[in-house]
Design a binder for this molecule. Structure first.
Ligand code: SAM
Length: 339
């Protein structure tokens, strides 16, 4: 799909509202070894055929196009990024790019203990581990897998490997883990992990999200405040980071709450996304995407790929539009976009 670009459009990964993309999220696979009930059905999803997925060389070439056009952080995600066999080599390849971006990963932590040191040695800078509960039974019910011990070991290995600050991402769900958010915070504080809650978004494969069921940022804050004194950190420290951060008791521990639905941070968004099958998306909630795989495989130059990426960024909408009367959930679920 080609779109004419206005002549006055500035160079780089900018959009019509003046935002500049600096943070590239790369989904390296759509597969996952957990089956979180809020993300995908028990039987999994029809996975991308291998031939449609970018190879490591293709991924590195495209990521290079982004970093030479202003991206300064690359976050590897999925699906579960550790399921990509070549993940350590991929990290090393990204670390060898010029200019060298910061490299982060979002993982469920299940396979992290085995590979954390290798990833750190290859150039990974930071890791976010998704963990919604520290109650073993709730974890198994929620993820449909009995793997909480592996996640705990993965978190410890990440800290030991210097992938710090180790961050923990959690989604609070009504009647599942919302009454235990303070337990999760206590557990993270004891171990020096930085916990961040994120409001659940309409990105589930089942399309079952209902705003009325969503646990809001306000509720999470109220629940945490029953046990801890939360002092908001200055908004100036926040930049384009979506989390409102609080000092817990007298510190040094902090907690973040991301009100992605009730107080969206679209105005400060600096993100862009590349899917495992080579599609650029300018927003999690985008209903369109720009195909890089076809031109890449047809021999496009780096400049041609760059112009396609710039065109996709230019079309970024002002906001994600959840809550608008005409909002339609994207066809791709979170697991195939890259969370
Ligand atoms: N497998 C990796 C992991 O678990 O971190 C990376 C992909 S996963 C889709 C990324 C993050 O998205 C996880 O923290 C998960 O909890 C979160 N997530 C999934 N579905 C979500 C939704 N509907 N709303 C908000 N967060 C969601």
């Amino acid at each position: 799909m080609t779109h004419p670009l206005p002549l006055a459009r500035p160079a780089g990964l900018v959009d019509q509202f003046g935002r500049v993309a600096r943070d590239l999220r790369v989904s390296v696979t759509d597969r996952c070894n957990l089956r979180c009930t809020y993300c995908m059905p028990a039987e999994g999803l029809p996975w991308l055929p291998k031939a449609e997925m970018l190879t490591d060389d293709e991924l590195l070439r495209v990521i290079g196009v982004f970093v030479r056009d202003g991206v300064t952080q690359v976050r590897l995600t999925g699906g579960e990024p550790l399921l990509r066999r070549s993940i350590v080599e991929l990290v090393a390849g990204i670390a060898a790019l010029t200019p060298r971006p910061r490299i982060a990963m979002t993982t469920n932590g299940v396979g992290l203990a085995r590979v954390a040191q290798g990833l750190a040695d290859a150039g990974l800078d930071r890791v976010n581990v998704s963990l919604d509960t520290i109650d073993a039974e709730t974890f198994t019910r929620l993820t449909r897998r009995d793997r909480i011990d592996d996640v705990e070991a993965g978190l410890k290995a990440a800290a030991d490997a210097g992938l710090t600050p180790v961050k923990v991402n959690a989604v609070a769900m009504r009647g599942v883990n919302d009454e235990a958010v303070a337990d999760l915070l206590g557990w993270c504080l004891d171990r020096g992990y930085e916990l961040r809650f994120i409001e659940q978004m309409p990105l589930d494969a089942q399309h079952a999200w209902d705003r009325r069921d969503m646990v809001t940022a306000e509720e999470i804050q109220a629940r945490l405040s029953e046990r801890y004194t939360l002092t908001p950190l200055p908004a100036a420290d926040r930049g384009s980071a979506p989390a409102e951060r609080f000092l817990v008791d007298d510190g040094p521990g902090t907690v973040g709450i991301i009100a992605s639905v009730t107080a969206p941070f679209c105005a400060a968004c600096d993100r862009t996304r590349l899917t495992a099958d080579g599609q650029v998306r300018n927003c999690l909630f985008s209903r369109t995407e720009t195909d890089l795989r076809t031109p890449l495989r047809a021999g496009a130059s780096d400049e041609q790929l760059r112009d396609l990426v710039r065109g996709e960024m230019w079309r970024k909408r002002r906001g994600h539009g959840i809550g608008d009367p005409d909002f339609v959930q994207p066809d791709r679920p979170m697991s195939a976009i890259g969370g």
